[in-house]
Design a protein around this ligand. Structure first.
Ligand code: MG
Length: 300
């Protein structure tokens, strides 16, 4: 890899900010006022995207996984730093495609690129994006903060990316495959609503049930989910099919608790917070046992 050439050709044009000084300095320099959320996410080839995925979509996914965390905290995306471990056997056209997707979505979500790092590797393609977001309202929202009596809301639909990954693995391009490659995020403006109303919030990255259980644990409350209320990519009356979608990863929808009576377009009530601990599930009016696997744990 002609590292300097490629950075100059593909990445430097994305940076026109004086904070980055056209990537010719050791560090970006920022003067900021306000409250900010800072989050970072890694994508590894073969683990978070498929080796055959078009790199333009990988670049877009890289932006979206971090933007999703920022919106969930009630923050508006603002700055980004990108780090790339580039496989020696991949060529310049792939690099150009990656940066084209990255640049398109940084612009779409209003993020200025202020720096990063690029190295060559004999291993798989590894990508990292760190994102800084400004509080959209008076406060940022933690996972911890759900209160008994709150209701649990989710955005969009659950399970599309999981169904898409399963389809791609069996060689089929379906409508869901596009959601696996490029997560369909809520509008950035939802950060305002989350900042104003949510008592606790996170993005669903590892499976609805696992992420809900995490929210309940750090908030020290009990959470009951009505599986019949969950908006699924493929609605089903069969518990097995419902659980497949509720334990699949990569949806990047918003999951939050809000005080009773708070409603917003695009959000569906799926459960309730009470005092106690742990996650419980209800299907067709009956409590059902938790599945042994709630989602993707590190190491899966
Ligand atoms: Mg997250």
């Amino acid at each position: 890899m002609r590292e300097i050439d490629w950075i100059r050709r593909y990445i430097a044009p994305l940076v026109d900010d004086e904070e980055a000084d056209r990537l010719k300095d050791d560090a970006a320099m920022l003067t900021l006022n306000g409250t900010f959320a800072l989050s970072t996410d890694m994508l590894v080839e073969g683990q978070h995207f498929l080796a055959g995925d078009p790199l333009e979509t990988v670049g877009r996914k890289l932006v979206r996984v971090t933007v999703s965390d920022l919106i969930a905290k009630g923050a508006l995306p603002s700055r980004a730093m990108v780090s790339i471990a580039w496989p020696k056997n991949r060529g310049e056209a792939d690099f150009a495609a990656l940066i084209s997707g990255l640049g398109a979505d940084l612009a779409y979500f209003g993020m200025a690129l202020v720096g990063g790092d690029t190295v060559s590797t004999d291993g798989p393609l590894c990508l990292n994006l760190a994102g800084l977001g400004r509080a959209a309202g008076a406060r940022l929202v933690r996972r911890r903060g759900a209160r008994p009596g709150d209701q649990l809301l989710v955005s969009g639909v659950i399970g599309a990316a999981g169904l898409g990954l399963a389809a791609l693995k069996s060689g089929m391009e379906t409508v869901h495959a596009a959601h696996y490659r490029v997560p369909n995020l809520v509008p950035v403006s939802m950060a305002h609503w989350i900042s104003d109303h949510a008592s606790a919030s996170l993005d669903v990255s590892d499976g609805l049930l696992l992420d809900a259980a995490r929210l309940a644990e750090v908030s020290d409350v009990a959470l009951e989910i009505d599986l019949n209320a969950v908006p699924l990519a493929e609605p089903s009356s069969r518990l097995e099919e419902v659980l497949v979608q509720c334990t699949a990863g990569d949806d990047y929808q918003m999951l939050m608790t809000v005080p009773e009576g708070c409603e917003a377009p695009g959000l569906t009530p799926i459960g309730r917070v009470s005092s106690g601990s742990g996650l419980s599930l209800c299907f067709n009016g009956r409590n059902i046992p938790l599945p042994s696997r709630l989602g993707f744990e590190h190491g899966d």
